[in-house]
Ligand binder design. Structure first.
Ligand code: P1T
Length: 388
């Protein structure tokens, strides 16, 4: 099955046999518990909705199908998915190598929770150069954590190369595929062991559900993560599972329009006198444009840019927009814009932020699926009001 077909049908084949109701859309099973006739025989394999729920199960099949994975798991948030993966793979005194440009919440989880509370050692490296990952590996390294493209600087790393380096010493590679979406990048096919997503973003796509996902093909590891998900209780509700399954059906269509708009707007900004830099992997000027073309099947709808005039100009510009909402999050049908230094990455220490390149002039854009001309007109009028 090709992507668009799996996105519509996986996990939702109508049951036409006796006892089935022929629903073409998975029902929302709200029951928190499931009755059984015999003590040792759960009905249909279901016991209690934290351990398993038919609506969540349908979504999990769809999640696996769109990442070409054997298994999928649906979590209550992206960070719940990340936490469960980390607590499955890490023990006290273990070491993690991570890309230095990551979502601020992921840095907070590793830096302030796993490092401070559980003695996990952390090395942040610029993974644009795979040799930096190699140099940071220790005998105690138990996982390599990557985003590609990264949040918020839209940097890429060579997933295949890094997976080769890490696997040489038996270390698994986890890729947060949120920015690319499963439509534009398949990290498992590039050698990654586990993919994580914030389904809050492109996968659900309508800014009306917070959720997370883990996709992988190793059965032993899947069973361990599933066990810990149930132990920790980090599950997606039946209603959210329905919403996410519905969102996935239009993922391919949405991603094409996100990309079309992002490319047009990135080109517009690149030639704007009030913009000093645009970071979008679809632009030939992006230093990793060649890697993007090799590793991704498209460039997605996320980019960031630096406005001339620093934080003052950034704030004035952001206040002047009418169509773009000034808000955290990304990947919804509506265009969102934000200031990473004071919003999504405020929990990262200023010195660390600036070392990576998240300046006060940086603005991050999640381009929606609206009309391209309307979006460019809104940016134009906001530039007009900056007066810088
Ligand atoms: O918000 P949550 O569903 O828990 O997902 C966390 C997360 C994980 N990974 C990436 C790459 C992310 O961007 C996020 C969440 N990011 C935002 C809310 C944001 O505006 O960047």
């Amino acid at each position: 099955m090709k992507f668009e077909t799996a996105a519509v049908h996986a996990g939702e084949e109508p049951v036409l046999t006796a006892g089935g109701s022929g629903d073409v859309v998975v029902p929302i099973h709200l029951s928190s518990t499931f009755a059984r006739r015999d003590v040792a025989k759960p009905t249909g394999g279901y016991e209690y909705s934290r351990s398993g729920n038919p609506t969540r199960g349908a979504l999990e099949q769809k999640l696996a199908a769109i990442e070409n994975a054997r298994f999928g798991l649906a979590f209550s948030s992206g960070l719940a998915a990340e936490t469960t993966v980390a607590l499955t793979l890490l023990k006290k005194d273990d070491h993690v190598v991570a890309f230095d440009d990551l979502y601020g919440g992921t840095r907070r989880l590793f830096g302030h929770v796993f490092q401070e509370n559980f003695g996990i050692a952390l090395s942040y490296v610029d993974a644009r150069d795979a040799e930096n990952v190699k140099a940071a590996l220790r005998d105690t390294t138990r996982l390599v954590w990557l985003e590609s493209p990264t949040n918020p600087l839209i940097r890429l790393c060579d997933i295949r190369k890094i997976a080769g380096i890490a696997h040489n010493v038996g270390v698994p590679v986890i890729v947060d595929n949120t920015f690319a979406s499963p439509y534009f990048q398949h990290p498992l096919a590039l050698g990654a062991d586990i993919v994580v997503h914030s389904t809050t973003k492109y996968i659900n796509g309508h800014s009306d559900s917070v959720g997370g996902a883990v996709m992988l093909s190793d059965e032993t590891l899947y069973r361990k993560i599933r066990y810990n998900q149930n132990a920790a209780g980090a599950i997606l509700s039946p209603f959210d599972s329905f919403l996410v399954a519905r969102g996935i059906k239009t993922l391919a269509l949405r991603m094409e329009q996100h990309q079309k708009n992002a490319l047009a707007i990135a080109r517009y900004l690149e030639s704007h006198k009030k913009v000093s830099a645009v970071y979008y992997p679809g632009l030939p000027s992006h230093p990793q444009h060649a890697l993007a073309k090799k590793q991704m099947e498209g460039f997605s709808g996320m980019f960031s840019f630096e406005i001339r005039g620093g934080k003052r100009a950034a704030c004035r510009f952001l206040r002047s927009l009418r169509l773009f909402s000034l808000a955290e999050s990304l990947g919804g049908v509506e265009s969102l814009i934000e200031h990473p230094a004071t919003m999504t990455h405020a929990s990262v220490l200023k010195a660390e932020r600036e070392k990576v390149g998240v300046t006060d002039a940086l603005i991050r854009v999640s381009v929606g699926i609206e009309n391209t001309g309307d979006l460019i007109a809104d940016l134009g009028q906001a530039f007009g009001e900056t007066g810088s």
